[in-house]
Write a protein that binds this ligand. Structure first.
Ligand code: SAM
Length: 181
């Protein structure tokens, strides 16, 4: 979020058709739960458009980008790299260490999530391989829980800038207000 140094999310791999919704949801979840930026593989242009459209309507700042070399992003990242994997260390064991390193160094944090099989060099390049439970589930669920642990819930208080609409929470029904700026 914007009171801390950057948190970016990298989606590794995208199978057009099969992964369309999941890749989009990685981006929407990154945005809603406090990350600053998402990087998608360059065959996921549709997901980028959807995330950019949501940011236009519901606010930011949040950037979505395509990359033709996700592995180079990891290798050359000037900061900490967390790879979310069911095989990793327990999130509840390493979350304090990750938060402290990220905040103390003031360097950007890259959170990597996979789609299909993730190659071993990603496990080696990561500063932490982190499991949100050691059970198989989903990149979207893993990302949501990890970000919430990282930010300790502060992402819920985020103010959205340049939105053209705002949802007013209701016990029942839907209330959406236009935002005049
Ligand atoms: C459907 S899984 C497939 C992973 C693949 N079978 C592999 O061995 O790398 C897709 C992604 O979801 C995330 N994921 C799934 N379960 C997870 C867990 N328990 N903790 C953290 N991330 C998880 C990981 O980022 C993973 O790459």
């Amino acid at each position: 979020m914007h009171d801390d140094s950057e948190v970016a999310v990298l989606r590794l791999g995208h199978r057009p058709g099969r992964d369309d919704r999941m890749t989009t949801h990685v981006g929407l979840t990154a945005r809603a739960l406090g990350a600053d930026r998402v990087l998608f593989p360059d065959n996921a242009g549709q997901s980028l458009e959807t995330v950019a459209d949501i940011t236009d309507r519901f606010g930011g700042p949040f950037d979505a980008e395509l990359t033709d070399s996700p592995n180079a992003i990891i290798r050359n990242w000037e900061g900490e790299v967390v790879h979310l994997t069911m095989y990793g260390e327990r999130v509840e064991t390493v979350e304090n260490e990750i938060r402290a390193a990220h905040l103390e160094n003031g360097t950007p944090l890259l959170v990597v999530v996979g789609s299909e099989k993730v190659s071993f060099d990603v496990y080696e390049a990561a500063d932490w391989n982190v499991g949100v439970t050691n059970q198989p589930h989903s990149e979207v669920a893993g990302l949501a829980v990890f970000l919430d642990r990282l930010f300790e819930g502060r992402e819920f208080d985020r103010e959205w800038e340049n939105a053209d609409r705002r949802i007013i929470p209701q016990e029942t029904g839907k209330h959406v207000e236009s935002v005049e700026e």
